[in-house]
Design a protein around this ligand. Structure first.
Ligand code: PMP
Length: 308
């Protein structure tokens, strides 16, 4: 599905989508100096609401801080502009992509520490990232021959554009092998994450997910599902997971803002559990999507209503 809407927000102004342009010699294009977020808004019974909006905005600013990228807007300005953009585009469900990047500031690698970044917010309709029907049917995945980044090369805790070169290698290889997604190991050979999703393994009704030291992006959906799973009475363990655990799991699911909660039915051609969405995954999915339908009470104040 092509990313497109009528309006886009660029450096403080809402403008026609086509008008948000950058120069071909932008620093970010040549050196990857960008940070971004992926956020979703859902059409709830009280109208469109942005999910965990302050948390995503905080992560955008945290990513920028790590790379010393100056964002010349406050978190509140970014969030208000996002709500305004959703209203202007008349969106009910939306994928939201804020980004801050170094633009036309010259090609010196070491950016002037005072340089202001360009900031963009796009909001448009986007369906299930891993394909129509993936949420029920599940997907087939393979372990990637590419490892995730080493912690002392590029920090995976920052959601930086450059990290997605690693993701492109993982996702591209998976696609060529006929898989919907690849699962990367970290540099120690333990399970890390998908190219754009975190992972949970279920065995004997206990949930396991790799720790932040496993070269992962600490996902906001991962955090949400951990909280929801505990609400449902499950034990959730954040610990190092060996590759073979993928083959012996009762259930596996991946999660992320774009991908949402996706069951995995096979890894490397080996069937996971019954080879279809398992009962724990289904319960967690139901509770997650219930937040947006109103069936799950939003005790945490995670919904930022666009029209209030
Ligand atoms: N890992 C990677 C590499 C990602 O790109 C994403 C998507 N942002 C995630 C994990 C999941 O993060 P979140 O749940 O915050 O979207």
């Amino acid at each position: 599905m092509a990313a497109k809407a009528e309006f886009i927000w660029f450096n403080g102004e809402i403008m026609p989508w086509e008008n948000a342009q950058v120069h071909v010699l932008s620093h970010a294009i040549h050196y990857g100096s960008s940070v971004f977020e992926g956020v979703r808004a859902y059409n709830t019974p009280k109208g469109p609401a942005v999910f965990r909006h302050p948390d995503h905005t905080k992560r955008l600013f945290d990513s920028a801080k790590i790379y010393r990228i100056n964002i010349n807007f406050s978190a509140d300005e970014i969030m208000e502009s996002t709500r305004e953009l959703i209203r202007r585009n008349d969106l009910k469900n939306a994928y939201i992509r804020p980004a801050a990047f170094l633009g036309d500031i010259g090609l010196g690698l070491r950016a002037n520490p005072e340089a202001k970044s360009d900031v963009v917010i796009a909001a448009f309709e986007w369906g299930s990232y891993l394909g129509e029907g993936s949420l029920e049917a599940g997907v087939d995945v393979g372990v990637s021959s590419w490892n995730r980044l080493a912690p002392n090369t590029m920090p995976t805790g920052a959601k930086a554009g450059g990290n997605y070169l690693s993701s492109q290698l993982i996702a591209g290889e998976a696609g060529r092998h006929g898989y919907a997604e690849g699962i990367a190991l970290d540099i120690h050979g333990q399970i890390s994450e998908g190219s754009g999703e975190n992972i949970f393994i279920v065995r004997n009704n206990v949930l396991y997910t790799p720790p932040t030291t496993a070269g992962i992006l600490p996902g906001i959906t991962r955090d949400t599902l951990t909280i929801l799973a505990k609400e449902l009475g499950y034990e959730v363990r954040e610990e190092s997971i060996a590759r073979e655990a993928l083959y012996l799991a009762d259930e596996i699911f991946m999660c992320g803002t774009a991908a949402e909660v996706v069951p995995i039915r096979s890894v490397d051609g080996i069937q996971v559990g019954e080879g279809k969405r398992g009962p724990v995954t289904e319960k967690i999915q139901k509770m997650y999507f219930g937040l947006f339908s109103g069936e799950t009470e939003d005790k945490w104040g995670w919904l930022d209503y666009v029209n209030s």
